[in-house]
Structures are given as structure tokens and as C-alpha cells.
Design a protein around this ligand. Structure first.
Ligand SMILES: [Zn+2]
Length: 519
């Protein structure tokens, strides 16, 4: 008989809960995101606190912490609690893990009201709803007709199938770096004569799943591929599809973070956001060099640091890396990574954008019904293209019903995708925070309704995200929103244009909140 393998969740849960009780007793009021002090010991304390925080006993709740101003929201984020990006007139939604979180908020003078009493129960209800929808629906109103969330293998399989079904319109794309666990990161390019990569057409890059648990972000990206291709081919299809496919190149990378996504999508559904609730994993699978030995070992899907192993890919981009709204602590859900842009999954996107004419970009996330644009941190000041940027965001917001604003207006988030891409390339990049609540709500509401613009989505009747993506593609066509460089080389010569740029980081914050030099 084979020796029985005991998952880390069962091996370690008891001791971690005990540890958390001690920590809660000793450290109430501690600023957990910045740790107890400078230096390696302070960093280790901060890491431990982070691990203990998600191991608190009791049910996990979704609460609205009362906060009316940006300054108050920044204070909440600085407490190191699990802040979402959902802001209502009453406050900021926070995932409350237990007594320790509650105490930290209370000590800082905050009050809150409970929105979801037991998140674990909600996930189980969603699971039942998803099974029922898939059982009773033959074809959803999505372009693909899908009725349930895809697994990683299905994304790759369907992209291969699309490139075979439409060989004159689709080119498969494999990004240069493998993921931390050695997976290929894949996408497709959609245009006429897709293999002529140097055709000079403006590129719209649409991405999903920088964050593992945000499943609708990937679904939306791949559905748009079906949408364009079907409407291009179908007599009487959306006439915009012909113009878009002929005159722009749409690059779709549905799963930027395949390791994290596979962990989340394949996990047992617990739904309480605890340490071993791998379904709620956010980051990639990189093991930080700051990780103490006791948290090494195991696999990304089963290890002593649980879902908190990894780098937050949307805090790892090198532009303004290391600043506010990202954590220097390896176990934090918003860990910025060991160095600027060091995650291979981030390097992939950076290389792609640096080598192609990406004039427009949407990176899908969940949730909060937001369209976000740079700046992502307040200290950089307004984008020079702010009027154009704001207007384009507003055109898309009119379709999906989301709030159109600059990212820093929520709170600071350094190291985000479009804050790097915009300031370095000038391409107009946006983050979509899809849906009003939950990282992966029931498929019918979180994907079908949000994409197609059906009730109960905010974009019901105005086109939803489908229409928002079409408007972004039409903006990609618009010569007023980008420049073209046209040149001629003498016969038998080749003309090459290069741009070199170096992006500075923020003054790099340390574990005590002190500012170090820029890198
Ligand atoms: Zn996200």
C-alpha cells in the first residue's frame, strides 16, 4: 500500500490556529501591513502576522467598513486587512477574517456593517446555482454558448481550436517565458493575415487572470475572441467586427497567471478565505527569497504557506514598483515580489507590450464595477492624456454601467499593469473590475449577464462588457488616439526603429514603512 499523503491543510491547521490566538492576544492594534519594525526580524514578524490573520478561527465575513474619504480608505488598507476595491457611499468592503481583524479596525476607530455573514456558505450556494444553470441551459447567450467556468486546459484547447477553425484570422501566441511552475502562457492574435506580425496595425491587448481567483476576467477575454470571429464571418453580423478584424490586431491572453489559476480553479471549495482555501488564491506560485524554511516545500496547491505563497502580479510591474499600496511582506496578498518586474508572468506581458504596437489595453479583474485608468498612485499626478483617457473610459462605462475613474481615487496601488504600460509606452490601458461583488460569482450573473449586458448586470440593456470591448476596439482603429510612424528604406535595406526607456521604481518602502532609494 502506498503511504498516505496528508495535505498541509490538515497537518498544519491546528498549530496555525493556536499560533493565531497567541498572536491576536499579543499584537492587537499592530499595523500588520508594515510590520513591527525595520530589518529582517520585523519583516518576519509581519509575515507571521499575515499568515495568522487568515488562520483566525470563526466564520469569514464580508463587511462594509465605514469610510467616506480616500484618506480613510488609505488608513484601512494600511491596517493590512483584506480590503477589496469595492467602494460604496458608506465605505470600503473588507473581508473580515476574525477577531484579530475586527480588533485592528476597532483600535483604529473604524466601525462597520456586515454584508455577508458567512462567505463559506455563500460559496456553497453558488456552487449549487452553477450546477443547476449548467444542467438546465443548453446554450448560454455568450458567443461560445458556455454554461460553466472553464478550466485551464479548456482555455488552451479552445484557443488551439479557434486557430484551426479560422486559420486566416487567428495566430496562436506563446509568450516567451514559462510560468514559475513551467507552464506555457498562451494567447491568440486576431486579424487578417495574422502571421504578418510587422503589419503596423494598432494592437488591442485584452487580458485576464493576473489574479488567480478572478475567473470571470478570463471568461470575458476569450468570449470576445469568439465574438469578433463569429461576427466577422456571419452574414449580417455586427458590421464593426469586419472593420476591427481587418484594421487592428486583437491579442487575447485569457490567463496571464496559469499556475495560480490552476490552483484556484482545481481547488476544493471551502470559500472562507482561510490559509488553505486555495480556491481563493490570488497570487502566482513564486517562492520569495524571504520565505523562512518552515514555509518552504510542498507544491503551490499544497504547501505550508497555503494560498499566501506567491507574488501579486498586479503589484510587480516595474513602473513605480515598491511604493504605496503594495506590501514588502512575502506572505501578503498584495506582495510586490522580490524585485521590480521579476515574476516571469509579468515579464511576459512587459515583453509583449514592448515589442508590439499595443495602443490600447484592457486587463480584466473582478470585482467592483469599475473602469480604472492611471495614475494608480496619487504622487505621479494626472496623466498628460487625461481628457482623452477620461472620455474613452466614459464611452465604455456607458455600455457596462461601471464607474469610470482614475485608479488612485480608490487608494494607491503601485506596480500595476497599466501604470507601467501607460507611462512607458503612452498606450491607453485600463483595468476593468468586473461585476458588483464576489471574485467568481455564479456563472450566469458573473459572466453571462456582465458580458452580454443582461439583468442583473449594471450594463443591462446598454450592451454590457461586450459593447465596452467593441468600443475599445473602435478606439483602437481611431487614428486620433495614436500616432503612426511611416518610413521608407532604400532598396535591399531594412528600416528598424527602436525606443529605449528605463522605468524608475517608487522610492522603495521597507517593512517599517520607511522610504528607501528608487531602483
Ligand atoms: Zn484582480
Amino acid at each position: 500500500m502506498k503511504p498516505q499523503r496528508i495535505p498541509f491543510s490538515r497537518r498544519r491547521r491546528t498549530s496555525l490556529i493556536l499560533a493565531s490566538l497567541t498572536a491576536a492576544a499579543l499584537t492587537s492594534g499592530l499595523l500588520v501591513s508594515t510590520g513591527a519594525g525595520a530589518g529582517p526580524e520585523g519583516e518576519q514578524d509581519a509575515a507571521k502576522t499575515e499568515l495568522d490573520r487568515v488562520s483566525q478561527p470563526g466564520t469569514t465575513k464580508l463587511v462594509v467598513v465605514h469610510a467616506r474619504t480616500r484618506a480613510e480608505r488609505v488608513r484601512i488598507v494600511d491596517l493590512g486587512v483584506d480590503a477589496t476595491s469595492k467602494v460604496t457611499p458608506r465605505g470600503l468592503e473588507v473581508i473580515l477574517h476574525g477577531a484579530q481583524d475586527a480588533q485592528a479596525l476597532r483600535d483604529a476607530g473604524f466601525t462597520w456593517s456586515v454584508k455577508v455573514k458567512d462567505l463559506g456558505k455563500l460559496v456553497r450556494a453558488n456552487e449549487r446555482e452553477d450546477a443547476e444553470y449548467a444542467r438546465t441551459t443548453r446554450h448560454s447567450p455568450l458567443p461560445s454558448g458556455r454554461t460553466s467556468y472553464r478550466f485551464l486546459g479548456e482555455y488552451n484547447h479552445e484557443m488551439t481550436a479557434l486557430s484551426r477553425r479560422y486559420p486566416a484570422l487567428v495566430k496562436p501566441l506563446t509568450l516567451p517565458r514559462r510560468s514559475v511552475e513551467g507552464r506555457r502562457v498562451r494567447g491568440i492574435e486576431i486579424t487578417t493575415q495574422p502571421h504578418r506580425v510587422a503589419d503596423g496595425k494598432p494592437v488591442f491587448l485584452l487580458m485576464g487572470a493576473h489574479h488567480a481567483r478572478e475567473w470571470p476576467s478570463s471568461e470575458h477575454a476569450l468570449e470576445y475572441a469568439y465574438d469578433l470571429l463569429q461576427n466577422y464571418r456571419r452574414p449580417g453580423g455586427d458590421p464593426r467586427a469586419k472593420r476591427i478584424v481587418a484594421n487592428t490586431r486583437t491579442i487575447i491572453v485569457p490567463v496571464v497567471n496559469p499556475d495560480g489559476f490552476a490552483v484556484s480553479r482545481n481547488a476544493e471549495r471551502i470559500g472562507d478565505f482561510s490559509l488553505f482555501d486555495y480556491e481563493m488564491k490570488r497570487k502566482n506560485c513564486e517562492i520569495s527569497e524571504n520565505t523562512p524554511e518552515e514555509y518552504l516545500g510542498g507544491t503551490c496547491a499544497d504547501n505550508p504557506a497555503g494560498r499566501l505563497r506567491g507574488t501579486d502580479l498586479n503589484r510587480n510591474y516595474p513602473g513605480f514598483w515598491g511604493g504605496p499600496g503594495a506590501s514588502p511582506t512575502w506572505s501578503s496578498d498584495v506582495y510586490r515580489g522580490d524585485g521590480p518586474g521579476d515574476a516571469p508572468e509579468v515579464d511576459n506581458i512587459r515583453t509583449l507590450i514592448s515589442n508590439r504596437q499595443v495602443t490600447t489595453l484592457i486587463t480584466n479583474h473582478t470585482y467592483s464595477n469599475l473602469i480604472l485608468r492611471p495614475p494608480s498612485i496619487s504622487s505621479t499626478g494626472a496623466a498628460p492624456d487625461e481628457p482623452v483617457y477620461e472620455a474613452l473610459g466614459a464611452r465604455m462605462a456607458a455600455a457596462n454601467g461601471y464607474t469610470n475613474q482614475a485608479a488612485f481615487q480608490l487608494y494607491d496601488t503601485s506596480g500595476s499593469t497599466e501604470d507601467w504600460s501607460y507611462w512607458n509606452t503612452g498606450g491607453l490601458g485600463f483595468t476593468f473590475e468586473i461585476g458588483p461583488d464576489e471574485f467568481h460569482p455564479p456563472f450566469r450573473t458573473g459572466v453571462v449577464s456582465e458580458y452580454a449586458g443582461l439583468a442583473p448586470a449594471a450594463g443591462a440593456g446598454t450592451g454590457g462588457n461586450r459593447e465596452a470591448f467593441y468600443r475599445m476596439s473602435m478606439a483602437t482603429l481611431n487614428d486620433a488616439l495614436h500616432s503612426r510612424i511611416i518610413g521608407k528604406a532604400p532598396t535591399n535595406h531594412r528600416l528598424e526603429i527602436r525606443k529605449r526607456f528605463i522605468s524608475a521604481t517608487s522610492p522603495v518602502l521597507d517593512a517599517s514603512g520607511g522610504e528607501g532609494p528608487q531602483r
